[in-house]
Design a protein around this ligand. Structure first.
Ligand code: TYM
Length: 331
């Protein structure tokens, strides 16, 4: 079976972007492939979370993975820092990751722009850590949203470079994966760009949001004065809301509002109400399971422990091979 790996940073609650960009594919892939899904706690250290926040967020992602339907009996779920082999591979990959290419990474440039006071080495070498996550299990399929595509390209570069340097055909090439035709980018509620935590809480619908919160957030979503001419293309903010509707609502509902828009008969109040209700219907079962599972700390501990054991078996094998290729051998 092909090996699949993906992860999410524990920076808070999962939102619809995480779900439709990544987790929905995790849930489907687990029955078809040999899957590893992890919680990227080392990656989240770039922003210096407090120990309490970090610990709570890690637990949170674990709970939400399970609530979304990842089955620990089928897939391996683990916390990144429980598998120290990853950090050793990260060190080796860093030796062949060049300053120029790391600095050119779009996500690095974005971080430098948005937070110029915290441009640390971990941020610069984020792509090598991500490559280590993937290559440690020699994964070939990586279910992620559109924003991770460049990181996958860098992973292939680092893996191929390692292969060339040690004259070995060792690491296979991993590719971003989605069951949908294209990689997904879920828009936020702020009228521009993607749904994301760094874009602010009001921009995100979290899986754990209550119906009340969802209604409020959607009611406040950026829109405009409405179409003035029939059959015109939609401005970005409106298109984003339609894209969200496409994700959570039925095809009939979407077609209905699309027609109203084209005939200049749309009332954004009604449109948003419908969108909010459909989000609530989508979220409710997941939200219920989140509340249930998070109470069961023993179970969570056991899932994480077993996951780490399984992940380490695979990671140790890779590291053993890698050390040998590098030349760390007994005399
Ligand atoms: P992170 O934690 O930012 O996001 C987790 C996953 O959610 C997807 N995603 C989205 N997809 C569509 N639309 C959105 N608005 C949206 N927001 C987030 C992301 O594409 C991602 O799949 N670097 C990664 C974590 C990581 C990783 C890995 C992933 C570390 N090592 C190895 C795969 C393999 C990240 O920061 O994702």
């Amino acid at each position: 079976k092909e090996i699949v790996l993906s992860g999410i940073r524990p920076t808070g609650k999962l939102h619809l972007g995480n779900y439709f960009g990544a987790v929905t594919n995790f849930v489907k892939m687990q029955h078809e492939y040999n899957c590893f899904f992890f919680i990227a706690d080392l990656h989240s250290l770039t922003t210096h979370p407090t120990p309490t926040d970090l610990n709570g967020y890690v637990k949170n992602v674990l709970v939400e993975y399970l609530a979304c339907g990842i089955d620990p009996e089928v897939a391996t779920i683990y916390v990144q820092s429980d598998v120290p082999e990853v950090t050793e591979l990260y060190l080796y990959l860093n030796m062949n990751a060049y300053m120029g290419e790391l600095e050119r990474s779009t996500s690095f440039k974005d971080k430098v722009r948005s937070n110029p006071d915290n441009v640390n080495a971990g941020l610069l070498t984020y792509p090598s850590l991500m490559a280590a996550d993937i290559l440690i299990h020699r994964a070939t399929k990586v279910p992620v949203g559109k924003d991770q595509e460049q990181h996958l390209e860098m992973t292939r570069t680092f893996g191929n470079r390692f292969n060339r340097l040690y004259n070995a055909d060792y690491f296979p090439e991993p590719f971003a994966f989605s069951y949908s035709e294209n990689l997904v980018k879920v828009p936020g509620l702020d009228g521009k760009g993607k749904m994301g935590k760094s874009e602010g809480d009001a921009n995100c619908i979290y899986l754990a949001d209550s119906p009340e919160v969802i209604r409020k957030k959607v009611a406040k979503a950026v829109s405009d004065g409405g179409p003035t001419e029939e059959n015109q293309p939609k401005p970005e903010a409106i298109q984003n809301l339609f894209d969200l509707m496409k994700i959570v609502s039925s095809a009939d509902t979407l077609a209905h509002f699309d027609e109203l828009y084209n005939k200049c008969g749309i009332r954004y109040g009604d449109f948003k109400k419908q969108l909010a209700e459909d989000m609530i219907v989508f979220n409710s079962p997941i939200r219920e399971r989140i509340l249930e599972i998070s109470a069961d700390t023993d179970y969570l501990r056991q899932v994480a422990q077993r996951g780490a054991e399984k992940a380490r078996i695979s990671a140790r094998q890779t590291l053993k091979d890698v050390r040998e290729l590098i030349g760390f051998k007994p005399f």
